[in-house]
Design a protein around this ligand. Structure first.
Ligand SMILES: *[C@@H]1O[C@H](CO)[C@@H](O)[C@H](O)[C@H]1NC(C)=O
Ligand SMILES: *[C@@H]1O[C@H](CO)[C@@H](O)[C@H](O)[C@H]1NC(C)=O
Ligand SMILES: *[C@@H]1O[C@H](CO)[C@@H](O)[C@H](O)[C@H]1NC(C)=O
Ligand SMILES: *[C@@H]1O[C@H](CO)[C@@H](O)[C@H](O)[C@H]1NC(C)=O
Ligand SMILES: *[C@@H]1O[C@H](CO)[C@@H](O)[C@H](O)[C@H]1NC(C)=O
Length: 262
């Protein structure tokens, strides 16, 4: 019984030590951002404005606070640093999605609270929506997408889901684009392709016009260039030879018919 008692006493002393030393080892001050004591995700939308108020709780002295946007320090006015500090994130855009704002205790920067922006918006589509391609060559239709939450993407042609032909069509998708590659373009590939993005917020579509033109009979380029050079040089020599005559005519006679006749 006495043995058990001493064990309990020892454990009690140990716990007391832990309790006494914990607040000294760690920082006793606690931060809150908009009243929250832990990191959180802030849902917002483009064009809106959010104010984040960081405050130090249960502090016994003046505490300086720091704000970071990602890894960069935010410049705070002198009256907006001690014990509580607020930042205003205005005209939020699609590009601010995923950006973090962190409030830190100046004297111990490991004490911090982060807020990550979750900017939700319907799909934004873009791309080169008009392409002309020669029959038999390859073409890529790139539909760029930005959306949060992510959109479900697909290609339509002639108001129905594009019928994928093996080794003719190929689709590649990333979180930022949907690409349709067509190899050896056929006449029947001509038409309007619609890039469709389905998000819980909205379904958007962008039309891509593909014009397939007849294959031009290819002529080797080198002989044409060589011939052109010869023609050009001949013309130049002719011009030099007739220079005197031309100059004379220009000075003597301004008759436009005679000039152009040269
Ligand atoms: C601050 O102290 C009060 C009372 O001492 C306590 O109830 C509260 O939980 C403390 N707040 C934080 C954030 O630690
Ligand atoms: C900050 O808090 C400390 C401790 O509570 C207090 O003594 C000090 O006056 C406060 N300073 C400001 C600028 O609020
Ligand atoms: C962002 O908000 C949307 C819509 O409220 C939600 O579906 C999505 O899960 C949120 N994303 C994160 C990372 O919290
Ligand atoms: C488009 O679809 C309609 C019916 O679904 C069909 O009659 C027509 O031939 C198609 N046009 C092309 C260019 O494929
Ligand atoms: C080819 O597609 C374009 C764009 O959709 C359309 O305007 C044109 O009429 C089509 N031409 C032929 C020959 O089908």
């Amino acid at each position: 019984m006495a043995w058990k008692h001493s064990v309990i006493m020892q454990m009690g002393r140990f716990l007391l030590l832990v309790i006494l030393f914990l607040p000294c080892e760690m920082t006793s001050s606690v931060l809150t951002v908009n009243g929250k004591t832990e990191n959180y995700i802030l849902d917002t939308t483009p064009g809106s404005q959010e104010s984040l108020i960081c405050a130090v709780q249960n502090h016994t002295r003046e505490e300086e606070l720091l704000w970071y946007r990602e890894a960069g320090r935010v410049d705070l006015k002198s009256g907006n640093k001690i014990n509580s500090s607020s930042v205003c994130v205005s005209s939020i855009s699609e590009n601010d999605n995923g950006i973090s704002f962190t409030c830190r205790l100046g004297r111990d920067q490991s004490v911090s609270i982060s807020v990550v922006l979750n900017v939700t918006f319907p799909p934004l589509l873009s791309g080169n929506d008009f392409q002309t391609v020669e029959e038999g060559s390859n073409v890529k239709l790139d539909c760029n997408v930005k959306a949060n939450p992510q959109a479900q993407m697909m290609w339509y042609k002639n108001s129905s889901l594009l019928d994928l032909e093996k080794s003719h069509h190929q689709i590649q998708q990333t979180s930022e684009s949907l690409q349709l590659s067509i190899t050896k373009v056929k006449k029947s590939d001509n038409g309007t392709y619609s890039c469709i993005a389905k998000s819980p917020l909205k379904t958007e579509s962008l039309d891509f016009h593909l014009i397939v033109k007849d294959k031009t009979i290819s002529v080797p380029a080198e002989p044409i260039i060589a011939a052109s050079v010869v023609v050009f040089l001949t013309f130049c020599f002719g011009l030099i030879a007739r220079r005197k005559k031309i100059m004379k005519l220009c000075v003597k006679d301004k008759d436009p018919h005679r000039e152009t006749a040269l």
